[in-house]
Write a protein that binds this ligand. Sequence first.
Ligand code: ARG
Length: 459
Amino acid sequence: SSNQMWGGRFAAGPDAIMEAINASIGFDKRMAAQDIAGSRAHAAMLGATGILEPSDVEAIREGLLTVLSEIEGGTFAFSTALEDIHMNVEARLKEIIGEPAGRLHTGRSRNDQVATDFKLWVRDQLDAAEAGLLALMKALVAQAEAGADWVMPGFTHLQTAQPVTWGHHMMAYVEMFARDLSRVRDARARMNESPLGAAALAGTGFAIDRHMTAEALGFDRPSANSLDAVSDRDFALEFLGAASICAMHLSRFAEELVIWSSAQFRFVVLSDRFSTGSSIMPQKKNPDAAELIRAKVGRIFGAQTALMMVMKGLPLAYSKDMQEDKEQVFDAADNWMLALAAMEGMVRDMTANREALEAAAGAGFSTATDLADWLVRELGLPFRDAHHVTGSLVAKAEAKGCDLPDLSLAEMQSVHDGITEAVYGVLGVHNSVASRMSYGGTAPARVREQVARWKEILG
Ligand code: ARG
């Protein structure tokens, strides 16, 4: 049979394959609450502007609430023949309230309806991402506060570079996630214009009040151009962009946790709650959550690429291609929220191995720069000369198989006779980090300032 929504000009119903490729109800049912909220706002506005009779508006309002409770209660029968969430809801409304249901779509199209629903859905996810990021940042700050003065190796090229503090390393991620948060907030502010009332593409001849529906749905204003309102999905791309960058940050941190929890590093112990075992090797405790977080950026960035490709060639206004926006965003959102929550749990539960961090901090001649700086400061050597002298001392220590502080004063003086006993004072890793007092540096005092500032912001 032909379609009850647009069957007027059709003699035959769709082929089964047509129905299969066309239907979006399998996934867009996730926007049911948003669809009903949008319809309620639209109906109320149609009443307020006198376009619909109050009795019809009241019937629609009550009917929509019934539909919502059926969906929430799991008793709603979704139909593929009805294509999408919009037509499923409207068809059920008609079953419940009869004729007034047919008046709901006055001055509206599925094109502005779907843009509105999807925006409301993405907006909720931006709010969820904000909450997830804030929770993660708090967990990191707690780790940083506990270990503000614990020393560990800082790396470049994953080779020992200079000692840093555990707190400093944790706070580095707080800064990254704070920028992710600001991207989330920017995206939310920019997207918060209502497409509702743009109708199919050109606006409508009915004297609707788009400001009223915009306000009812928590938008800052109606979008200014009806063609733009129904044909762009840049808000979804921005969501995916913010998600991708954040997922990249999560992935880098996850990679560090994988390395740090290995028997070779032993920098951290992950809790049992966020680890798995091996079915064959009894000793194993695997950082699976970290590995999966590391991988999530692939599908999230993949979603952004996919939607970008969907959009890039579309002429204005709506094309059905745009129905492909939702699965990408749904999948990316689910996995972003999960990755944020898993990372927060791991960080909250993990135990830093202070002794292992400190032992590693001094290895690999990590205070060589401090030695060179000392030669500059105390002996007045030009930095390049100091660099050379220190390099010779490192070579000497390496040949002896010892660390820089293990060289005797005589051995030091054989390289440069101006060196005194006082040099040993800068070779310790604690001295090294304590001296890094430049703004933003790794000195425990600076780390405590960062911690205090973020505790204030995060509450
Ligand atoms: N299911 C559609 C989508 O997701 C809704 C809009 C359909 N509009 C139309 N004119 N076919 O984009």
